[in-house]
Design a protein. Structure first.
Length: 358
């Protein structure tokens, strides 16, 4: 049974503006109001749904890939990704190329704040497809786990496929002296953008490791800013969630000596016991410059989601195109396969996806 995690710190950090943004993310008729809404329209001021970054870096809520050009009889399908600093955005570019080549449809890919924002967009049918984390999918559909989802179950969201592990990276300077999660007691930590999947995961992990509200100073910013903060010594550690190698960490490691904090042993067991959507994971030695040994950690799963209003035939066509042509995927290609595409699927499948996988 999924266990509820204490989110007092999360709500306190969001404040009045953050809660307003989250309400916009989960509301039925939320519109851009200067804080940014669930489909990325707004000023991007750092609220959880403002498109200012989370699981996959910072997003601007605009289509940044080439314009969608479907064939005759095809549809322009809105696909919400993440920010340009992580994995969701370039992977969505791969999917756009595949769908355009192998179906009459084309994807209009938007950079967004990723998981928390994207479930709101799917719920309001502002997006046809989106990339999200499996834990956020479960929370949203079941109206649980996070206080802002309580009583707001997004029951129209459906699963398509799980893709690859979203690895929890805890980054610090190589000479910081921080080697374990327990060493973060009293530290200044960037836990990710307010309302992001990264922040949710960071607070869950810290709480399971015994680091409570008031035990550390929390800062919130997107991946690119987090990398700058580590480089400049403005924070002691930063959480980044994404399939390795994450571009912003790779870039940071080329100019600064970094280390990854281990999530291992009894602490890792406690984390996985408290939140069953976490799984064991390892960042291999050599993934980042200067990180010369394997680093044990945990991960969630990245997944493709849609909503029940999308035509069954279209979902089947898109799913077929992607998983029959995985050789054309350049991002996380070693992980993405039809054989593993239902591993860790936390919500009901869309009938179109079910038709393909069955």
């Amino acid at each position: 049974m999924v266990q509820d995690i204490n989110r007092r710190r999360f709500i306190a950090a969001s404040g009045i503006a953050g809660l307003a943004g989250l309400a916009g993310c989960i509301g039925d008729d939320a519109e851009g109001n200067g804080n940014g809404n669930g489909d990325g329209n707004g000023s991007g001021n750092g609220n959880g749904d403002s498109g200012n970054g989370n699981d996959s870096g910072n997003g601007d809520g605009e289509e940044d890939l080439e314009e969608a050009n479907p064939d005759e009889g095809g549809e322009i399908l809105s696909w919400h990704a993440g920010g340009t600093g992580g994995t969701y955005y370039p992977l969505s570019g791969d999917f756009k190329s595949i769908v355009s080549e192998h179906t009459p449809h084309d994807l209009q890919v938007q950079s967004t704040g990723a998981s928390v924002e994207n479930v709101g967009s799917l719920n309001r049918e502002r997006a046809d497809f989106a990339l999200i984390q499996n834990d956020i999918a479960y929370f949203a559909v079941n109206g649980t786990g996070l206080e802002e989802f309580e009583g707001n179950a997004m029951e129209n969201i459906r699963g398509v496929a799980t893709l690859y592990p979203e690895t929890i990276h805890v980054i610090t300077q190589a000479d910081s002296g921080i080697e374990t999660l327990e060493d973060l007691d009293g530290a200044t930590i960037n836990t990710g953008d307010l309302g992001s999947g990264t922040q949710v995961n960071a607070l869950q992990i810290l709480e399971s490791a015994g680091i409570e509200e008031g035990d550390f100073e929390e800062q919130n910013a997107d991946f690119a800013t987090a990398a700058d903060q580590i480089r400049d010594g403005d924070v002691d550690a930063a959480f980044v969630v994404g399939g390795w190698p994450v571009g912003s960490i790779e870039e940071l490691a080329t100019t600064s000596d970094i280390a990854l904090v281990e999530v291992s042993g009894d602490v890792r067991e406690s984390i996985m016991s408290d939140a069953e959507w976490f799984a064991e994971d390892t960042v291999p030695a050599g993934t980042y410059d200067g990180v010369d040994e394997d680093v044990e950690t945990v991960s969630v799963q990245a997944m493709i989601a849609t909503h029940e209003g999308v035509d069954e035939g279209i979902v089947e066509e898109v799913t077929t195109a992607i998983f029959d042509n995985t050789d054309q995927i350049t991002q996380k290609a070693d992980f993405i396969s039809a054989d593993t595409a239902q591993d860790g699927m936390p919500i009901d499948l869309h009938p179109g996806a079910e038709a393909y996988f069955n």
